[in-house]
Design a protein around this ligand. Sequence first.
Ligand code: FMN
Length: 380
Amino acid sequence: MFALAKGERLNKNNYMTIVATPDRIDTTPTSTAKTLRIGNLNLASRYCLSPLAGYTNLPFRVAIRELGGLGLATTELVSSRALLMGSKRTNEFIETCEADAPLAAQIYGTDGREMGEAAQWLEHYGVAAIDINMGCPVNKVVKNGGGSAMMCNAVGTTALVKQIVESVRIPVTVKMRLGWDDQNLTAPRLAASFEQVGVAAVTIHGRTREQGFSGPVSLAGIRAVVEAVERMPIIGNGDVRTIAGAERMFHETGCAAIGIGRGALLNPWIFAQLCSSECTGELGTIPSYDDHLRFMGRHFHRLVEQRGERGASLTFRKCGGWYSRVLKPGKELHLRLMMLDGVADFEDIVSQLRAKGPPVTWKAGEMPEIGVPKGPISHW
Ligand SMILES: Cc1cc2nc3c(=O)[nH]c(=O)nc-3n(C[C@H](O)[C@H](O)[C@H](O)COP(=O)(O)O)c2cc1C
């Protein structure tokens, strides 16, 4: 049934699977930054890369890890069923390599047995943890009872989670929202039940499903989850993109760790900066315009290694919008990034950006506004 055997290489490139053994999945802290323990995993920092479907793929994760400070990364959500059926596209989503550890794989589904099997497969494949998606608001996922719809059925969902926990030896975590809507803030109760059945950590995006990505993140809502559990670490998530934002998240919620998604697209140095700030009180690297260009180059060329020139260009078109927010390249180069057509095109855009230099309004370290998926949630 499985598409890949244990330890099998995924493709002809240098990427290969990693096989976890109990003494291989720990990462050794390299600085005095505070560490985080999730089940049997010791993470080098309390800062995690939140999954962003279409963005936080292997090339991006490796490029970010090189900058330092990242405790744990998670793949984007993958369907348990598609994984077990050996879907080529799903295999690409979970592709990893030695430099990409520790990695959690995020699964979604509605059938505990099937999700348990997928978790077992991923354990053999070599990931360090399994993350269960209970936050996805998208119709395609919730209409079958998956993603954030799971937050509406405490008893059934806890039983399903228990089945997955019992299927594997590696830690199982859950990522969820505050609840379906303001009338159904089920996260505290669910987190407490999950702790009882052996879940190792829970990430809370401090919005409801109904909110989508709009409105403020409720730090009080995250705090209610922290207070509902005994010892299980809660990872606070939502709109953190500066040191001050992270400090506020820790201070007002009491969370053990922080997950950052979109902030890392805009500032891939954020994890290193958070650790530096924790250790020395200083930001450390404040990336220059050229640093951003170099990072973009590493990201794109890794995508080419993984997906070939055509696939990389198509994937990178989505990322072009995020890079444009930071680099402010002007309309023409922005459109070319969004319609990227191969390596030569990329190199030409970069050399034009380099020649042009930073915009007059450039201020190193400044964070632009974060974009959110648009339109009414019922249309997602
Ligand atoms: C484009 C996009 C894709 C996302 N994909 C996933 C996903 O695959 N799994 C998941 O649990 N959350 C996903 N999320 C939610 C994020 O992980 C995170 O919870 C949310 O963006 C809030 O955190 P942030 O403000 O740091 O980005 C996604 C969000 C966005 C904007």
